[in-house]
Design a protein around this ligand. Sequence first.
Ligand code: AMP
Ligand code: TRP
Length: 327
Amino acid sequence: MSKPILFSGIQPTGNLHIGNYLGAVKNWVTLQNSGEYDCFFSVVDYHSLTGNMTAEERREQITRTVIELLAAGIDPEKSTLFVQSHVPEHTELAWIFNSLTPMAELERMTQYKDKSTQQAKNINAGLFTYPVLQVADVLLYHGTHVPVGEDQVQHIELVRDVARWFNNRYGNYFPETEVLLTHIPRVKSLLEPTKKMSKSKGQGHVIELADEPESIANKLKKAVTASEGEEGSPGVANLLLLLKEFGSAGDYTKFSAAEKEGSIRYGDLKQVLAESIATYFADFRKKRAALLQDNTTVTAIMESGAKKAGDVAKETMDRVRKMVGVR
Ligand code: AMP
Ligand code: TRP
């Protein structure tokens, strides 16, 4: 019997950070290794055209994102790992879906509103129809399970909507998709702990998986712990959550008890957390460094991923072109 199809994507807009990891990528690896799904993971380079990177930066970052996913545990023998633009059917299907999606649905999208503020001088049409390309990514493979962080939930709801609009108009073809969240769907920024950790905010806000131990320690030293109200400090809560994920059970119990008693020393917490994170990703850093020297292997993985994904995509598009009447 065929397995349920799992799809997720990540933009090549910077190195992986612990928000991406705890919200999505760690879960991708677990789900992949469960053997219960047929997994597709894509580095969505066409999505990144809606932002402000240069061509040089993009070219370098696409390969680096593939390398980091491999170093984090995505296994090309178990999953289909590929670069979106290597499978041109993504943009073709996106056009068909664009013609089914009401403007008003896209105007509601929080990520579009956020990004329009962040890059007020570059509010391009791609930024607006970005979620439609995302819908095409998932449905091209008939994806039914999409593991992402909380900020993507609204986009995955659109996947369900578009599938329904298509099925109602052209005949039943696309499945219902559901989102898979982790128990930490939103890791907070180190410097603004009421907001999500995001690479667009700047280096001081995020811990990258590739960060060297000293860099992790320095960033954590500057992490905000000051309390902003009666609810306790969101910064401290975030650091404790990270300690729970990356540190030993003993350290977590010790620091969370000290926090409740009011005897916690933030300097100590930060130091233990920095060491825990550095150790947790030691293997990642080693694998990443090795892959950065091994162009041949990485290129071969991207080519075979594109071939596997492309075979599925071609079948879907053959069928879709007929269904909408252009063939
Ligand atoms: P992006 O880097 O925006 O392409 O995001 C890649 C994946 O990481 C998506 O599934 C996001 O939902 C997830 N993600 C990004 N930032 C965070 C965060 N701060 N907390 C949890 N998940 C996140
Ligand atoms: N928009 C997603 C993000 O910013 C990335 C993405 C593109 C994606 N296509 C996807 C995620 C398909 C899941 C499924 O994180």
